[in-house]
Design a protein around this ligand. Structure first.
Ligand SMILES: CC(C)(COP(=O)(O)OP(=O)(O)OC[C@H]1O[C@@H](n2cnc3c(N)ncnc32)[C@H](O)[C@@H]1OP(=O)(O)O)[C@@H](O)C(=O)NCCC(=O)NCCS
Length: 515
């Protein structure tokens, strides 16, 4: 098995059986021996002790001075008391020292005894095993925190100010004043629609909401394939089949209008896929999209077959608008990385769904609600939260990479939840207050507040969505952001391909022969 801890030392590379001369030898005899051995230096010894070094550079000086090698002595031209290294010295340090001094050779001396020589030539053997240098590389913080990797005009998040926007419009204000379709138009087309554009856009969406027959045939199998039903896994699988069936191609092989059409179909069909899979898993027939209902109301309609109350539809619409885009979050970045390779839009969206599924990203809202269940009553909140944090656990629905103040989405969704009302909303507000206080005490200086996921769970629960559909519902809005970013990436692409520091055991480890 490879030694994973040992650093390579000079002993691994040095040349033993060093060519030596004595200080009293003539330059001619030293040169003769260097030529015979084909080396560029000779170590001058007194017994086993290295007292000097004579190199090709010294011989150039000899020639320049017109000295006669037949009579000149090594002692007159050598570098006395040369820098030496020990055989146990670290190779990287030795290499750096050679470079820094401009030397080409170091005698290797252990306990005053010459045991070898290490040269630039030996160091050439090192080339494949030195840490690779990345010219012009910028060291990024772990998790790429604070690293700017692209230009975008889709939107931006201002973490210290608790503000985010879509194409310069405050996203919370958009959620208060506009429909999801208007925001979708804004993200794709770059501006809010006029009434004629709104009509045309709605018409385009309507025709793209249905699931193609070839994919519909597969859904009953996908919806029941897993031992336990994980709607997001089923969605990822079904959407991948759809992108394949709809013949999505590398954006490098299609024009911008076709790529936009792929994006429109993706965002339009996602809610239908989510609800069809859910119902099929429950042993129910999927419900076709309602031609007269807008996105949000239709979403809830496809769950039950009943036209939802306007308050419920508006509540979920506001949630969907507030989660459509959010800077270079992990799933959006994933979509852009995949797009940057020239892959088809389907691949970018499948990858993004995978990234969103993680509890540290989009998988938290149902867990936040599970937490409310586990806490049970307001009196239990403080002890429960203290205990969890002391055990090193994370409180789901709290903390954010960018926001170091209130997450504006959680503030807005708290308002939506209050509008819907009910005991669970009051309880959630009490728990939020306790969690923020306990986190401030036990994790001082981390600025941890409720994030979008905390009240998202409460709002989705209030409008009748089952917990297993929380993250898929997040997906149905965020896909609009992902695809807007994919369109932007494709329009002005450069392959996204960063580097990493190798920190494993030093290469090259000889490949062992098979047993
Ligand atoms: C969202 C999240 C992943 C951001 O993480 P991040 O920017 O990488 O922050 P870090 O993981 O470096 O955390 C910084 C510190 O705050 C603590 N912290 C962050 N979120 C916390 C939480 N929800 N509960 C308890 N402690 C938390 C970490 O333990 C860490 O403490 P330490 O300095 O003692 O190690 C993180 O806040 C989290 O895990 N939240 C819970 C999951 C969640 O709600 N996800 C949905 C996000 S929208």
């Amino acid at each position: 098995m490879a030694d994973t801890t040992r650093k390579r030392s000079v002993a691994d590379l040095m040349t033993t059986g060093v060519l030596t001369v004595s200080a009293a030898d003539t330059l001619a005899s030293a040169c003769d021996r260097m030529l015979q051995r084909g080396v560029g230096s000779v170590v001058v010894v007194d017994g086993e002790r290295a007292v000097g070094i004579l190199t090709e550079r010294d011989l150039v000086r000899v020639a320049g001075a017109g000295a006669d090698p037949a009579t000149a002595k090594v002692s007159e031209w050598m570098t006395a008391d040369p820098n030496t290294v020990k055989s146990t010295d670290d190779i990287d340090d030795t290499f750096k020292s050679l470079k820094a001094h401009g030397y080409r050779h170091f005698p290797v001396v252990d306990d005053d005894r010459l045991v070898g020589i290490v040269s630039m030539r030996d160091m050439l053997k090192l080339a494949p095993i030195l840490p690779v240098e990345h010219p012009g590389a910028i060291e990024a913080k772990r998790g790429l925190e604070g690293v700017v990797v692209a230009e975008t005009s889709v939107g931006d998040v201002r973490g210290m100010e608790g503000f985010y926007h879509y194409r310069q419009y405050n996203a919370v204000e958009l959620a208060e004043k506009r429909s999801l379709e208007d925001v979708w138009h804004l993200l794709y087309e770059g501006h809010l629609p006029s009434s004629a554009e709104r009509e045309a856009f709605a018409e385009e969406i309507r025709s793209l909401r249905s699931i193609p027959p070839a994919v519909m045939k597969m859904l009953p199998v996908i919806a029941t394939a897993g031992e336990t039903f994980t709607p997001l896994d089923a969605l990822r699988t079904a959407y991948s089949a759809l992108a394949y069936a709809a013949d999505f191609k590398s954006w490098m092989d299609i024009d911008a209008a076709t790529l936009r059409a792929n994006a429109m179909q993706t965002s339009a069909v996602m809610p239908t896929l989510i609800m069809a899979l859910y119902r099929l898993n429950q042993g129910l027939e999927p419900i076709e999209p309602h031609p007269d209902l807008a996105y949000a109301a239709n979403y809830l309609y496809m769950l039950t077959g009943e036209v939802p109350e306007p308050e419920a539809a508006r509540a979920i619409e506001q949630y969907l608008i507030s989660t459509t885009d959010h800077g270079f979050n992990s799933s959006t970045f994933t979509a852009r990385v995949i797009t940057s390779t020239g892959a088809d839009l389907g691949s970018a969206v499948v990858g993004a769904i995978g990234a969103l599924s993680g509890p540290l990203h989009g998988g938290a809202p149902s867990r936040a609600l599970d937490m409310l269940d586990a806490i049970g009553t307001p009196d239990n909140a403080e002890a429960w939260v203290r205990d969890s944090i002391t055990r090193g656990e994370r409180i789901m629905g709290f903390g954010h990479r960018i926001y170091k103040t209130d997450d504006p989405r959680s503030v807005m969704l708290r308002g939506v939840a209050e509008r819907l009302g009910g005991p669970m909303v009051d309880f959630a507000k009490q728990v939020e207050k306790t969690v923020v206080e306990v986190l401030a005490e036990l994790k001082p200086g981390r600025s941890l507040y409720a994030n979008v996921e905390f009240y998202a769970g409460v709002v989705m629960d209030k409008v009748g969505l089952p917990r297993s559909l929380f993250t898929p519902t997040f997906t149905s809005s965020r896909v609009i952001g992902w695809t807007a970013h994919a369109l932007e990436q494709a329009a002005d692409n450069r392959l996204i391909r960063p580097s990493a520091h190798y920190e494993g055991p030093p290469p090259p480890e000889p490949v062992p022969d098979p047993d």
